[in-house]
Write a protein of this length. Structure first.
Lengths: 285, 299
């Protein structure tokens, strides 16, 4: 039987093998090429070995960054304190803080989309402007943001908001508009007013979908955050990757990239789980 | 008055002499509904419709697909405003739907994010408890009373208490419509508007729902406007059947072509003759949905 048939029924083992095959191939290929390069040049920095990357990751987890002032007495501290002062932890905390502030600032975007969808005058006021704003490439605004807001945290957070908020506003708007008219009429006939219908009928129905939309935009959030950090920052995961690039520090860059991917995967998984727990009706429907 | 409106009035008076004595709960006066986009000719849906409906009547609105049955219902609901004419409920026009009219649509009749019990008590919660009402002990007690009342309605609708915690998508179509009726009736509306509420149900369930709604109407005395395209359903449920159809050109809009008082009878020959009359007036070329399984209510 051909494996390319639409009606093929791969066994569980086949599915497991197929789904991990590309991962395995990538890892094996990398270390194969890395071993060859190190055989030719033991000081090769482009493709570090597993041992080099492990050592660099342990160092990043337990040691402060070279430019960090805490570095002086680091070896005398407890493991917990060393992790707390470590380069990886501090970078993760800095990026995480910016990420959370940006996510919090996206909530008003959801409310704006909701009100635009519910109240025709609000929709007429904002829709054209948001549609226009959505077409502006956020990264092209970066110089303007740095000039307007300085190179501090605000500019980086604003970059994320400017980059992702229009998408979230338009998503919320479209989700609001897609709530069947019958539901709104039903709300009125049951004695609810405009705001009761907006928040108790429509918002409750679109919220899980909005969460999904935010979840699908996580990568865009991180993209804008990394752009901001790489250009103007003194800490953060992207700042560190950009800094290490100058020194060809691939032994740290690769674990950092994998660490970012893991964090994003965990946030995505957490949001999915939370959505499922909070809104059983949505997942089952 | 347009010729169509005049014809409608004559029909109404011929079959409805009691309307002269009793004030109308719903008065539809010479209503015209047109939909149009700039630069395109307007599409006329209803033209010169006039109708008085008294409290306690069970009105079936019947007609071919696209003849404006649901539009007429939406006008009474105040979800839509007529291009010309007016719709008065208790003597006054309404700017938007309100709790005087309960509403059971064909689809999306329940809030999907709420359980059956929460759906039924929704109206009571928003009108009497409010957003932060759960904080007050007196209101918490009131909420318990609502739940007890909702359970009572649930049983009356033939559902089990264990269904109370289910979400709408866990119920069958018939069960969903039962909950939707309970949700509307718990608010004690003066008028119950049902827009093809049983159309998506299988014939057996549909017959059961017909019995239920007729019994509830007898118990509560609520005025019911029931839109259907099934003449048999219209006859076995209603005290009066309003048939909509086009008398003039295709783009002239629909009007009332039959305003028929229905005697309270289970006699199959009488029912059949009424159905025949509706079909001849409303569906001259055939095409009425009239499945035999959706039979008359049990005696």
């Amino acid at each position: 039987m051909s494996v390319l048939q639409i009606h093929a029924h791969p066994t569980r083992t086949t599915v497991w093998i197929l789904s991990w095959f590309l991962f395995a191939t990538g890892v094996v290929s990398y270390f194969w090429v890395s071993r060859d390069r190190h055989r030719d040049n033991p000081d090769d920095r482009v493709m570090p070995t597993l041992r080099q990357m492990s050592q660099a990751f342990v160092d990043a987890t337990l040691k402060p960054a070279e430019d960090d002032e805490v570095a002086t007495n680091a070896s005398e501290q407890s493991v917990a304190a060393r992790i707390r002062n470590s380069m990886l932890w501090k970078d993760t905390a800095a990026t995480g803080r910016r990420f959370l502030i940006s996510m919090a600032l996206l909530f008003p975007a959801v409310l704006l989309g909701l009100h635009m969808g519910m109240f025709p005058h609000v929709g007429a006021f904002f829709l054209r402007f948001v549609l226009f704003f959505d077409k502006i490439v956020a990264l092209s605004l970066l110089p303007i943001l740095f000039i307007a807001f300085g190179i501090d945290e605000l500019a980086k957070v604003m970059l994320i908001v400017v980059g992702v908020a229009p998408t979230i506003i338009l998503d919320s708007y479209n989700l609001t508009r897609s709530v069947p008219k019958e539901q709104i009429v039903k709300g009125f006939t049951l004695g609810a007013g405009d705001f009761s219908i907006t928040y108790r009928v429509v918002f409750k129905q679109i919220w899980p979908r909005v969460l999904n939309s935010i979840r699908l935009n996580l990568k865009a959030v991180m993209l804008f955050l990394f752009a901001g950090e790489m250009i103007a920052s003194t800490d953060g995961l992207a700042y560190r990757i950009a800094l290490l690039r100058r020194h060809m520090g691939m032994d740290t860059i690769i674990p950092y990239v994998l660490w970012v991917a893991l964090l994003l995967f965990l946030v995505d998984f957490g949001m999915r789980t939370l959505n499922r727990k909070l809104h059983p009706w949505f997942q089952e429907a | 008055m347009t010729p169509a409106a005049a014809a409608s009035k004559v029909l109404d008076n011929q079959t409805d002499p009691a309307s002269l004595n009793t004030p109308a709960l719903i008065r539809i006066q010479d209503v015209l509904v047109e939909y149009g986009q700039p630069g395109k000719p307007a599409k006329r849906i209803l033209n010169g419709v006039s109708l008085d409906i008294r409290a306690g009547e069970f009105i079936s609105i019947v007609g071919q697909t696209g003849c404006g049955k649901s539009t007429l219902l939406r006008l009474v609901l105040a979800e839509e405003m007529p291009t010309r004419g007016q719709v008065l409920v208790e003597g006054s026009p309404r700017p938007q739907p309100d709790r005087r009219c309960g509403y059971v649509p064909q689809k999306y009749s329940l809030f999907p994010d709420r359980t059956v019990l929460e759906n039924i008590t929704f109206g009571l919660e928003v009108t009497e408890i409010g957003f932060f009402g759960g904080i007050s002990p007196a209101r918490r007690l009131r909420r318990k009373e609502f739940r007890a009342e909702a359970i009572g309605y649930l049983r009356r609708m033939g559902l089990r208490e264990s269904d109370a915690s289910k979400y709408p998508h866990q119920l069958s179509g018939g069960m969903q419509q039962r909950v939707a009726i309970a949700q509307a009736l718990i608010m004690r509306p003066k008028i119950l508007l049902m827009d093809e509420a049983f159309s998506a149900l299988d014939p057996g369930t549909r017959a059961g729902m017909q019995r239920l709604i007729k019994d509830l109407w007898r118990e509560t005395g609520t005025t019911v406007l029931f839109v259907t395209h099934n003449p048999r359903e219209a006859v076995i449920l209603a005290t009066r059947v309003i048939a909509l159809g086009r008398t003039g050109a295709e783009d002239d809009g629909a009007n009332i072509v039959l305003n028929l008082s229905v005697p309270d009878t289970n006699e199959e020959s009488k029912i059949a003759s009424l159905i025949q009359r509706i079909e001849q007036t409303t569906f001259p070329g055939g095409g009425a949905e009239n499945d035999e399984v959706a039979g008359a209510p049990e005696a």
